[in-house]
Design a protein around this ligand. Sequence first.
Ligand code: HAM
Length: 435
Amino acid sequence: MSGSKQITAIKGMNDILPPASARWDWLEDVVRRVMAQHAYRNVRTPIMELTQLYTRGLGEVTDIVEKEMYAFEDRADQHGRADHLALRPEGTAGLVRAVAEHNLLYDGGKRLFYMGPMFRRERPQRGRYRQFHQIGAEALGFGGPEVDAELILLAVALWRELGLTGWRLELNSLGQPDERREHRAALVAYLQAHHDQLDEDARRRLHSNPLRILDTKNPAMQALVEGAPKLLDYLGEASRRHFAAVQAILAAAGVSWHINPRLVRGLDYYNLTVFEFVTDRLGAQGTICGGGRYDYLIEQIGGKPAPAVGWALGVERVLELLQEEGVHTLEPVPDAYAIIPDAAALPQAMRCLQQLRALGVAVQMHAGSGEGMGSMKSQFKRADASGARHALIFGADELAAGEVTVKALRDGAGAQLRQPLAQPDAWADILKSTA
Ligand code: HAM
């Protein structure tokens, strides 16, 4: 054997392994249930798209598009033409592309959700990865404030089902493009008047994306940002009514929120309502879920105009917050562990195990190292470690009598009973754990 260097995963891209993967499964199960309760249907789109979907959809001067996309030129075809492709940095643009491409809104609005990996070339740290996972919910073809509220309440229902409590809801309205233009002019004038106080990033964004300057993390600019003209003051009657209607529904539902006029989000496609669920318990990466309305995105990528609103949560962050809050999930354990003293018993034993599984029993079979099945003692040790409540013993004596021994490993440990090998349906039920 040569001493080859161990190959590792890419930095910021994590393996999700047992036992932690059981928590992912559980979370996804809860999500599917809550989505079904709200009549949201699953969609799966490719994890790669043409790069221009994102440059056009998310905004050329967003961090994601400027710095964080895994984008590359594909191999050329026989005519020398090559596509520019990108691993998806988020799920909304791809979903909107799919909705437009397949004309999904032809018979009315659609409520959709997705789960899957996203890719951003960010500096990895706690709560921030290069491959991370989002669960997103999007409602397309509905323009009213009730759907904004429905989506927020959907997230709240999800937190409740997961047992998550340490969050707060921040809301803002970004108004409509013309309102934003007016505010933008006032903002640029204000920032220009304080040009000496702007950092390099802000100077660069002054004309390309001044709203994002309000989102700065630079402590030296906080006072300046506090005093800047607020977009909320520039909203017209219709935008204000929309925002008020969302809040009225939330209030009636018993959900509290905090208006954060500086909440602008990191993507350019938003208008009217934007929101984030945030926590103080995860350090710097405290946003567990973010979203808002994006009424102009569909036409921007070439589809027929239609209003839309949605959010996405970060699975890693939600799971970490659950862990912080001490919410534990049960790890799956088999109902029974099959002990097979001699390999000669395997054909009969495995036939019986298949029948048990078909009857709904979760069975883990002892497997040998390749040289025999191992001693009874070591098999029992494995059975114990598996967490199974029963052992099934397929010994030579048992098989000769057409039977199998069922032995309790936990409650009433030691109690054992012979059962007919050929009629597992007569005794399968005693194996099914009640816990
Ligand atoms: P976003 O705020 O960029 O929005 O991402 C949504 C969530 O994904 C964040 O709140 C965070 O929990 C998680 N997240 C983002 N980047 C990372 C990372 N590098 N590592 C771990 N978690 C991360 C969107 O992506 C929009 N598409 C949401 C949306 C849907 N808006 C409308 N519909």
